[in-house]
Design a protein around this ligand. Structure first.
Ligand code: TXA
Ligand code: MG
Length: 339
């Protein structure tokens, strides 16, 4: 009779488990070898690869299960480096870069040939930004290539704001997570482009507010209407995004509580506590009514509340000013009736 040893019979499937650490030399080693590394930024964690290495960039799409028609942001260590990969830079971009970078502002600019088409999904424009995080800036300075990096979440789910969030979902897909603590902004960067007259177009609200851009340039920012119509110019700008698994609705919480009577309800509010919902199922994002604090806490709150596996998440609509616009935008995209 043929005997099999236990290990032959029950050979466990091998999964690589990501290491969490803060060693930028180790991160450099993986990236130089064409591997993926999750990197901290001030907005959300990114899933990074050498932007100039097509085979490495493809691994990002595979790990995230992200369609390849959705282009990636290229992260550089300085504006000088941005100039190496872009051309025809409008003067206004430089004014804004001087004021807000490093920081949560991404620029859509004409690309040079050195940026592979896979990074921009075939577009002649590349999205570039200089992230404001000491560890990632130090890493970028060590590298002789920029990093293509989308948010480090499976496609369609909430962006990660801590190394643990990345680990929970991608630990078997990447070798290394560079841990830079909790993201201080907590929402993705603002994305702007320029039209043929160099007017500023907002493609995504984010960490830098429209007001800040308008005050700096003394002119109005144009809204990218195709996003609102859910007919993205670039297919990546899909409206339904950032979604928890639990259906989420936004609006007047008292009315929504009545509407969902009998259901297990979770609430996300700015600063208010609601009487007729279990306090353990409520997330107050900023007791002191600070929109920046609320933005910082939003994604972690959504993940926490999603993990409770209740029937519905009800979220307030936030003041439509400053970073409140970006909070409302993310909640709007997460809505169950928006899919
Ligand atoms: O804060 C952020 O921007 C984070 C951190 C990691 O930097 N990154 C991020 O990347 O949010 P991602 O891939 O999750 O979102 C980037 C957005 C997508 O909607 C994509 O379609 C758009 O930027 N985008 C990137 N390159 C583009 C391009 N060449 N043309 C138009 N849209 C572009
Ligand atoms: Mg994303």
């Amino acid at each position: 009779m043929q005997l099999f040893s236990g290990s032959q019979l029950y050979l466990p499937q091998y999964y690589m488990q990501a290491i969490i650490g803060n060693d930028i030399k180790k991160a450099k080693g993986y990236l130089t070898n064409g591997e993926l590394v999750a990197i901290p930024t001030e907005t959300v964690y990114g899933l990074a690869a050498n932007a100039l290495n097509e085979a490495a960039v493809i691994k990002i799409f595979e790990a995230k299960n992200r369609p390849q028609f959705n282009p990636l942001i290229v992260h550089c260590s300085s504006w000088q480096e941005v100039i190496n990969y872009t051309q025809h830079i409008p003067a206004k971009a430089i004014t804004l870069a001087n004021k807000f970078t490093p920081g949560p502002l991404t620029f859509l600019l004409d690309k040079k040939d050195s940026i592979p088409d896979i990074v921009t999904a075939g577009s002649a424009k590349v999205a570039v930004r200089i992230p404001d995080h000491p560890l990632t800036l130090a890493l970028l300075k060590l590298l002789d290539f920029p990093l293509a990096a989308p948010s480090a979440n499976p496609f369609g789910y909430i962006s990660p704001t801590s190394a643990q969030h990345v680990y929970q979902q991608l630990s078997d897909k990447i070798p290394y997570i560079l841990d830079g603590g909790d993201a201080v902004v907590g929402l993705e960067s603002t994305i702007i482009g320029f039209d043929e007259n160099d007017a500023v177009i907002l493609h995504r609200s984010g960490g830098i507010s429209i007001e800040e851009i308008e005050d700096t340039l003394s002119e109005k920012v144009l809204l990218h209407i195709s996003i609102e119509k859910n007919k993205p110019e670039t297919p990546g700008q899909l409206k339904s995004h950032y979604s928890p698994n639990t259906p989420l609705y936004t609006g007047n919480i008292d009315e929504l509580i009545k509407k969902f009577e009998g259901k297990k309800i979770a609430v996300i509010s700015f600063s208010k506590q609601y009487n007729n919902v279990d306090v353990a199922h409520q997330c107050i994002l900023s007791p002191k009514n600070d929109l920046h604090e609320a933005a910082k806490n939003l994604f972690a709150a959504l993940r926490m509340i999603d993990a409770l596996q209740l029937d519905v998440i009800l979220a307030e609509i936030f003041p439509q000013e400053g970073i409140g616009l970006a909070i409302n935008d993310r909640l709007d995209r997460a809505r169950a009736d928006n899919k």
